[in-house]
Design a protein around this ligand. Structure first.
Ligand code: SAH
Length: 219
């Protein structure tokens, strides 16, 4: 894998220490992945120097790459073991998928904006993430042919929990999804038991819209 310059390596270590460990993320697998994935490759060259800052950044098409801390928090909430088959809705820059690919067995990621998906796919090849499979479509309906998944992550804000996705979780499966209005959401973690669906609120967050059949209408 291309590691990037020493300057970026140092910024990345600092990011993990000050933004992620300091705020209570403890899963070593998550911390190691965040220390490894070269986030500066996932933003335009002009924004490279801001890539490790404590904020989201624009990636074109009015979309954003999430703040590093939220990527780490959501990844930790998925409780990955290493054998997991994971579904992501909203590939965007591809950064979250790369973090997942460092930990999980295989990552399936869906994006509805073609130009973003093409860019992300090029990066996956360049960085040798051969365990990431991509799909160009509306992800609110999931990826039925590859289901069930051990974990599902939705990286865009949904008006309500997309029920179709819960059906595509294994028993014991976990899902994290931001749910709310178009300005702010609550990060909801779902655990699918044999008998019940358990929901936990992990706190406030702010994502771009999930647009699709079981999301917001395209306007
Ligand atoms: N995980 C991304 C964050 C992307 S922002 C990253 O690490 O960079 C959210 C992304 O979700 C946008 O690219 C947007 O186009 C995409 N999106 C929104 N609704 C979608 C849908 N129904 N299916 C697939 N992708 C969707």
């Amino acid at each position: 894998m291309i590691s990037g310059s020493i300057k970026f390596d140092r910024q990345r270590d600092d990011m993990v220490k000050r933004q992620i460990e300091a705020r209570g993320v403890t899963d070593e697998k998550v911390l190691a992945a965040m220390r490894k994935v070269p986030r500066h490759f996932f933003v335009s060259e002009a924004l490279g120097d801001q890539a490790y800052g404590d904020f989201p950044l624009p990636i074109g098409e009015q979309q954003t790459i999430s703040q590093p801390y939220i990527v780490a928090e959501m990844t930790q909430a998925m409780q990955l073991t290493g054998d997991d088959r994971v579904l992501e809705i909203g590939t965007g820059s591809g950064y979250q998928a790369a973090v997942l690919a460092e930990i999980a067995y295989r990552v399936y990621t869906i994006e509805r904006i073609h130009s973003l998906l093409v860019k992300a796919r090029r990066l996956f090849d360049r960085l040798h993430y051969h365990n990431i499979l991509t799909r160009y479509s509306d992800g609110t309906a999931g990826w039925i042919d590859e289901s069930p998944f051990d974990a599902i992550i939705v990286t865009a804000g949904a008006p309500k929990i997309p029920e179709a996705l819960i059906a595509q979780l294994t028993t014991g499966g976990r899902m994290v999804v931001p749910v709310g209005d178009q300005h702010s959401q609550e990060l909801i973690k779902i655990y699918k038991d044999e008998k019940e669906i358990r929901k936990t609120n992990l706190g406030g967050c702010r994502f771009v819209k999930l647009v699709g059949e079981y999301g917001w209408r395209d306007t």
